[in-house]
Write a protein that binds this ligand. Structure first.
Ligand code: M6R
Length: 365
């Protein structure tokens, strides 16, 4: 049932404040403002030397964001790869370490094969899955559920943001166990996490502006997405979302990589979507925006008010996000990224829920 929405994808984008809120409430104790994992972990985060993560597509991008979180908050080194590579890499894994798999459907063939490889190598297997009865859930020692509810649209939206909510909770729990986060740090992070649903509702209010913007985006043949830190995986996700439903060619890049090649593509016809909350590395992204502006690229800045004020370049449009702790920015900034792809594809008359050549669940390799 699509409710009042034209497409499942629209319904699922709009459901996010609710389902992300439900997911967060499952992992944090609202009364004490601490993370409380409803999981029986057969290992101690403190004893781990390394975490490996594997997944496909959008779930892989959630894993890339989590890599920053686990390394920064828990000082736990992370190795991550797409499952189609991971399964054949023959990566040496020391027994007793942790392997994390992320999947909406829980049926993705490559992710399942990676899980089996890691299990055979003696890893503890934890999976973040949306379908609790799935094969990946059944084969995992521990299942950390996303409470997104059924996701029908082929383009993953609410499963992604719920995955991020679970992964941030796990990273905070790991940081606490490893002694890299103080009680105050944890309180601050949990507070930021708990504020996410209302921040997502704020972000959804930009839908009309995004819809107008999408009419211009629909004319582009190529679109570039840039970001640094956790905004980098979000840039990859933005590009994937746009290409899979609108069929416009899009690329996501780490903003600092611009001058190593992609800058050659920039001219007046090239929209460049810059994902830049005002975080610790914002200044660096500003330099990259200046490089784009100097070559006539059309910058669409997705940032908070402070970022908009301090960007010091002429942007084509700015989508102003609410101010927030930068740690949760990738969860909230997913909303404009999804809406932009959705409205562009709808404006172009594409079938957003059933894009060509794609299946919701990829059960063959
Ligand atoms: O069910 P899974 O999360 O394992 O699926 C992984 C990818 O196939 C999936 O995220 C795909 O990239 C989506 N169509 C992206 O929107």
């Amino acid at each position: 049932d699509k409710g009042n929405h034209r497409h499942f994808m629209a319904k699922e984008i709009h459901e996010q404040p609710e389902v992300v809120g439900r997911t967060i409430a499952h992992y944090v104790d609202l009364a004490t403002g601490t993370v409380r994992l409803p999981l029986d972990l057969p290992f101690d985060f403190k004893a781990l030397k390394r975490l490996v993560i594997s997944a496909c597509g959008t779930a892989y991008y959630a894993g890339l964001v989590a890599q920053y979180w686990f390394e920064r908050l828990a000082r736990l080194p992370v190795e991550i790869d797409v499952a189609s590579e991971f399964r054949y890499r023959e990566m040496p894994l020391e027994p007793g370490e942790l392997a994390l798999f992320i999947s909406q459907s829980g049926e993705t063939a490559d992710t399942l094969a990676s899980l089996r490889y890691a299990r055979a190598e003696g890893q503890h297997i934890v999976s973040v899955v949306n379908v609790p009865t799935s094969t990946i859930a059944r084969e995992s020692a521990v299942v950390a559920p996303t409470l997104a509810g059924p996701e029908i649209g082929v383009a993953s939206t609410k499963a992604f943001t719920c995955q991020l909510a679970v992964l941030l909770s796990l990273a905070v729990a790991a940081g606490r166990a490893r002694g890299t986060l103080s009680a105050e740090d944890e309180q601050r992070l949990v507070k930021a996490l708990v504020s996410v649903p209302s921040l997502m509702s704020e972000a959804l209010k930009h839908e009309h502006d995004i819809e107008l913007l999408s009419r211009d985006l629909a004319k582009a043949t190529d679109v570039l997405y840039l970001g640094r830190g956790t905004s980098y995986p979000l840039a990859l996700e933005g590009a994937l979302k746009l290409k899979e439903i609108s069929y416009i060619h899009a690329e996501g890049y780490a903003a600092g990589e611009l001058k190593h090649g992609p800058i050659a593509l920039i001219d007046e016809t090239m929209p460049v979507i810059v994902l830049a909350p005002h975080d610790a590395i914002f200044e660096k992204t500003v330099s990259n925006m200046q490089e784009v502006a100097a070559r006539g690229g059309r910058i669409i800045l997705v940032g908070d008010e402070r970022a908009a004020r301090e960007a010091s370049v002429e942007t084509w449009t700015t989508l102003t996000m609410p101010a927030m702790d930068p740690i949760v920015a990738p969860i909230v900034y997913a909303v404009p990224v999804q809406l932009l792809a959705y409205h562009t594809a709808v404006f172009m008359g594409k079938d957003v829920d059933q894009p060509r050549n794609l299946a919701k669940s990829v059960t063959v390799e």
